[in-house]
Design a protein around this ligand. Structure first.
Ligand code: GDP
Ligand code: ZN
Length: 313
């Protein structure tokens, strides 16, 4: 009865763009796409797989969720079902202190693979900077160096996503994310190039968030709100578990499961620090970020819960 009817009319689709009150859905089976109206706080995001029945969306289970934090500490869901977080940095401008650490923690906590993308290879300061950050993060993750301007290393960045992987870039303004996107997606250039010449906001005014298919396979999500601010949302617990440089401590384990590695008894991080296996610099960075994250933790949690209760279709 009802079930047969539903099976006949409902189609599975993928949200490829979000415009606030409408989403663009791609239907792989038909190879077409169309706009569907949604409530402003529907909770749907780009990357969501949905069933559509009479223009009503039902979201399918997510494999991952990536959130960002705004300047007031509010948490916003950016994108779902991602595989790779491309952390874009440059020697000019440098990322703010703790930026790479936070991004790695967010990626690990949400099951994404973090990749460090060093842009502006053509600048003379890049080689020293690369040595510096590879010494800190090189063991924990893959790094790729490129120049969006000359195009060197660009295909390597595209290759990260291969067939079937979906990624997003995070990085503060000016590191070259738009330039990399334009390099990887020539079609995007045609659409936005001229508008961007006049006002850097051209692309940002029309679309909140878009998923693009890469010519060589894979997908990239362009999410200006996320890209521009670039601060991923992490909790103190996630930081304690996934901080880059504390991998060995995680294997041993601390006495307390929710250890924050300050001065708790039986802390594996303290032991490795005393033994010299964890560098003092890494530990100081950790403590700084921990203090920042703790000062923001109560408010965002409350807001996320309120948001969840509200959404209904
Ligand atoms: P976004 O804010 O991260 O999207 O950065 P943009 O793509 O808008 O680039 C910021 C500035 O850096 C622009 O002036 C770009 O021309 C410049 N830029 C981007 N990639 C490179 C690069 O590989 N080398 C150099 N020298 N400059 C770059
Ligand atoms: Zn500990």
């Amino acid at each position: 009865m009802n079930t047969t009817q539903m099976a006949g009319t409902s189609e599975e689709g993928l949200i490829v763009a979000h415009y606030g009150v409408a989403v663009e859905v791609f239907f792989a089976a038909m190879g077409d796409r169309r706009m569907i109206r949604v409530k402003r706080n529907s909770g749907h995001v780009v990357g969501d797989r949905v069933m559509i029945d009479n223009e009503i969306l039902t979201r399918l289970a997510r494999t991952s969720e990536l959130s960002r934090m705004d300047a007031r500490g509010n948490v916003h869901l950016v994108c779902a079902n991602l595989h790779i977080l491309g952390i874009v940095v440059s020697c000019e401008p440098l990322p703010p202190p703790g930026f790479i650490d936070r991004a790695i923690v967010a990626a690990r906590a949400t099951g994404l693979r973090p990749v460090l993308i060093i842009n502006k290879e053509d600048l003379p300061g890049t080689s020293a900077y690369r040595v510096e950050i590879e010494a800190i993060f090189g063991e924990a993750l893959t790094t790729v160096t490129l120049s969006a301007i000359t195009g060197s290393g660009l295909s390597q960045v595209g290759g990260l996503f291969g067939a079937g992987l979906r990624g997003i870039f995070v990085g503060t303004t000016g590191v070259g994310k738009s330039s990399i996107l334009n390099g990887l997606l020539p079609a995007l250039n045609l659409q936005t190039g001229e508008i961007n010449e006049v006002s850097k906001r051209g692309r940002h005014t029309t679309t909140v968030s878009t998923l693009h298919t890469l010519p060589g396979g894979g997908e990239l999500v362009d999410s200006p709100g996320f890209n521009d601010f670039g601060l991923v949302a992490i909790t103190a617990r996630q930081l304690a578990l996934f901080f880059p440089g504390f991998e060995a401590a995680r294997e041993t384990g601390c006495r307390f499961r929710d250890c924050r590695h300050r001065d708790e008894p039986g802390c594996a991080v303290s032991e490795l620090l005393a033994a010299g296996s964890i560098h003092q610099e890494r530990y100081s960075t950790y403590l700084q970020i921990l203090t920042e994250v703790e000062s923001l933790t109560i408010e965002p949690k409350y807001r996320v819960m309120r948001h969840r209760r509200k959404k209904s279709g």
